[in-house]
Design a binder for this molecule. Structure first.
Ligand code: GCU
Length: 328
């Protein structure tokens, strides 16, 4: 973390100076964006494209410098840095946003979406917007939403039904919903940061984890957990967020350029995603992954009590109802 502190202390000094002369004059601004994904990840590629577009359209006046691969920590740390005015932008998944706005938890509701089309209608439609609009009071705004396919379990041993998960320690992005999800399947949830999952699997601290195929492949978790079980329990999107303070300091032209580039990055990321799933599946297989197709019905059945929990909260129950109605 020492390295991070160095970068950040520099940043804290630059921002006030950059904006000191007020918004009327065109100012050169460099925004710092940190995230925990690999540079080969399609979200990183989309962010790079956004940075390029922003620089071109602003004639070099607005720049984004990207720090990938968890250089500044995971989403918990980077969101905290944003809240402490020490970072401008980051990427976080809906699970990580749940601590700030409870409505993001609906994305951890298992088997909520009928298919990818249903998911996209929600994410990029009015329901998605209603949820993302709620973050400002936590000190940040959502600039873009990114698809992240479906999350499935992977483990050191074969899993064919919930019965095979009994007693297994499974890493999750820990939230009340994800923890309960594992417990309902008979496992024990382990809250381990993304960047530490490989070692935890290797050392036998955990028996498995859950993620989409591109992340499973890029992290090389396949080397230490070769069974990928295609139960596809959730669809958890990623978000690009910007500090509300930083946002308010941008002038109208800069805001417009950034908004448009962020929107274009969503379209580009979706275009790359499907190809990436197919490519990663092949690459993981070459690295020794064994993909297991399962009957989803027993998983769906075992996870039903989660819906009872959501129904106890009227606001969440309403969103779930609206999401289900989108595809009717
Ligand atoms: C996915 C997701 C990330 C998240 C990660 C995780 O890769 O895209 O945003 O951090 O899962 O499981 O931690």
């Amino acid at each position: 973390m020492k390295f991070n502190k160095l970068i950040l202390s520099g940043l804290c000094l630059t921002l006030p100076m950059l904006f000191a002369s007020g918004n009327a004059l065109a100012q050169r601004v460099t925004l710092k964006l940190a995230h925990n994904l690999d540079q080969s990840h399609v979200v990183h590629k989309a962010l790079e494209q956004m940075a390029k577009e922003v620089q071109e359209k602003s004639g070099g006046e607005l720049k984004i410098r990207i720090y990938p691969s968890g250089q500044m920590g995971g989403p918990r740390e980077t969101i905290e840095l944003i809240q402490n005015d020490a970072l401008d932008m980051t990427k976080a998944s809906a699970s990580e946003m749940e601590a700030f706005v409870k409505e993001f938890s609906v994305f951890s509701c298992p088997y909520l979406f009928d298919n990818e089309d249903h998911f996209k209608k929600v994410l990029f439609g009015p329901i998605g917007k209603e949820i993302t609009d709620k973050t400002t009071k936590s000190g940040f705004n959502v600039l873009a939403s990114y698809v992240a396919g479906t999350r499935s379990f992977y483990a050191k041993k074969e899993i064919h039904s919930p019965a095979d998960m009994k007693g297994l320690k499974i890493r999750v992005v820990s939230t009340p919903t994800t923890n309960k999800l594992i417990e309902l399947l008979g496992g024990a949830p382990a809250p381990i940061p993304f960047g530490e999952v490989y070692t935890a699997l290797q050392q036998g601290v955990i028996d498995g984890a859950e993620n989409n195929i591109p992340s499973y492949n890029q992290t090389r978790h396949v080397e230490v957990a070769k069974y990928y079980i295609e139960d596809q329990h959730t669809s958890v999107p990623d978000y690009l967020i910007i500090s509300a303070k930083t946002w308010n300091k941008l002038d109208d032209k800069q805001k417009a350029i950034l908004t448009e580039a962020a929107h274009n990055s969503e379209t580009y990321q979706q275009k790359l995603w499907d190809e990436e799933v197919a490519r990663s599946t092949e690459e993981a297989k070459k690295a020794g992954a064994k993909f297991i197709t399962v009957d989803k019905a027993p998983f769906r059945e075992a996870l039903k009590p989660l819906y009872d929990d959501f129904n106890k909260d009227p606001a969440l129950a309403e969103i779930i109802k609206q999401i289900q109605a989108v595809n009717k």
